[in-house]
Design a protein around this ligand. Structure first.
Ligand SMILES: *Cc1c(COP(=O)(O)O)cnc(C)c1O
Length: 404
């Protein structure tokens, strides 16, 4: 690392809370699938800010929409109407087939808002006695970092010494429909689950799991809340990951790529009267639904569909997965994924995934390790076949090295 890079890193370490452990690269520019560091080195971004930059870095049309809107009007609060919110509602509802929309900012806020809404629905529509609502979640979930959410995490790092936590959550294994059937009681209002567990290391559900989940939720009048903050908006090769399962959620959570990486925008989408229980004054957000966010989100959704990014994710994801499967390296335990949400899990003897990510960095690829043994690969959805092949060559040479 050069002196200037060491400076940036040291200054961050001196003043910043140490709640991240970044790879030693200082980025200063991005375009499409590529990012550049302060020295001018170019990297293929295989993280996409945890899938928030699915449309590619600094997409020109989202940028133009953002700049144009920033010149006109940025924030009104919801005390007044603005001329971007209604078209945003219309467009996202038409695209996803939802009836109601609640705009928020971060993904965690969308999750919190969904929890509040399904509880209220439970008391006011389902008839659960006040204060008794139960929500079922899965082990190894990741839904964000607020107190409400980390209280039902099973990851010790995420939870330890942040309690006491709110009651009302039951944890079951992911991918086990029998466990769900056994956990449901008359007080169960919702099952909150990721279609593919992202932060857990790209864990796919067993075939048929979600069809059974849908059936159980419908039979027991339990709201199925799918957290598609990471899987949604084309990442898995379909608009929503639920489409791979042939089901429809009652409540869908979107965030991350909803703004193409320009600005925090999230949304709760519902198919029924869950969001209808919220009355004026009962929930809100100063920035939620602001005109700048809506203009950015509208452009982010438009380019996603108009530029064929979802189809490209399916096509390039299949190519990438095939290529990963063809790599003969005894460091690899498993490769898995759907669309451009991919992971390479290493054998425990291969050494920490972090070492491989650092080796990839020196070859011009930025990827992120998760849970010691897994390298996740999630480039922007605009990646080309040539770029996939370029990445595969470098992954192959890196994964045949031994860092144990
Ligand atoms: C990233 C993520 C969140 C949290 O989003 P933030 O914007 O970081 O609050 C929630 N759920 C899933 C599945 C995520 O991947």
């Amino acid at each position: 690392m050069s002196a200037s890079v060491i400076d940036f890193v040291a200054t961050e370490a001196r003043f910043g809370a140490h709640n991240y452990e970044p790879i030693g690269v200082v980025l200063s520019r991005g375009e499409g699938v590529w990012v550049w560091d302060t020295e001018g080195n170019r990297y293929l971004d295989c993280l996409s800010a945890y899938s928030a930059v699915s449309q590619g870095h600094c997409h020109p049309k989202i940028l133009a929409a953002m700049v144009e809107q920033a010149h006109r009007l940025t924030l009104t609060s919801r005390a007044f109407h603005n001329d971007q919110l209604a078209p945003f509602y219309e467009e996202i509802a038409a695209l996803t087939g939802s009836h109601k929309v609640l705009p928020m900012n971060s993904g965690a806020e969308a999750v919190e808002s969904a929890i509040k809404s399904v509880r209220k629905w439970g008391y006011e529509v389902k008839g659960v006695p006040d204060g008794q609502a139960e929500i079922i979640v899965c082990a190894n979930n990741f839904h964000g970092r607020t107190l409400g959410i980390v209280g039902f995490s099973t990851d010790p790092d995420t939870r330890t010494h942040f309690g006491p936590f709110a009651p009302g959550f039951k944890i079951i294994p992911f991918g086990d429909a029998t466990a769900l059937a056994e956990a449901i009681t008359p007080n169960t209002v919702a099952f909150l689950v990721e279609p593919i567990q992202g932060e857990a290391g790209v864990i796919l559900p067993p075939a048929g799991y979600f069809a059974e989940v849908r059936e159980l939720c419908t039979t027991n009048n339990v709201m199925l809340v799918l957290d598609e903050i990471q899987t949604g908006l084309g990442r898995t090769g379909k608009l929503l990951a639920e489409q791979h399962e042939g089901i429809e959620a009652d409540v869908t959570l979107l965030g991350k790529a909803l703004s193409g990486g320009f600005y925090p925008v999230s949304a709760v989408l519902s198919n029924n009267d869950v969001l209808g229980t919220l009355r004026p004054g009962q929930h809100g957000s100063t920035f939620g639904g602001n005109p700048l966010a809506c203009a950015v989100a509208r452009a982010a959704l438009r380019v996603l569909t108009e530029e064929g990014m979802i189809e490209n994710a399916a096509r390039q994801g299949a190519r990438f997965l095939e290529g990963l499967k063809d790599i003969r390296a005894n460091t690899i335990r498993e490769v898995r994924g759907r669309g451009l949400m991919l992971a390479v899990e290493l054998h425990p003897e291969a050494g920490r995934a972090r070492r491989y990510c650092e080796a990839l960095q020196s070859k011009g690829i930025l990827a992120k390790d998760t849970h010691e043994q897994t390298i996740r690969i999630a480039p922007p959805l605009v990646i080309t076949s040539d770029e996939v092949d370029w990445a595969l060559e470098r992954l192959a040479t890196t994964l045949t090295q031994d860092f144990s």
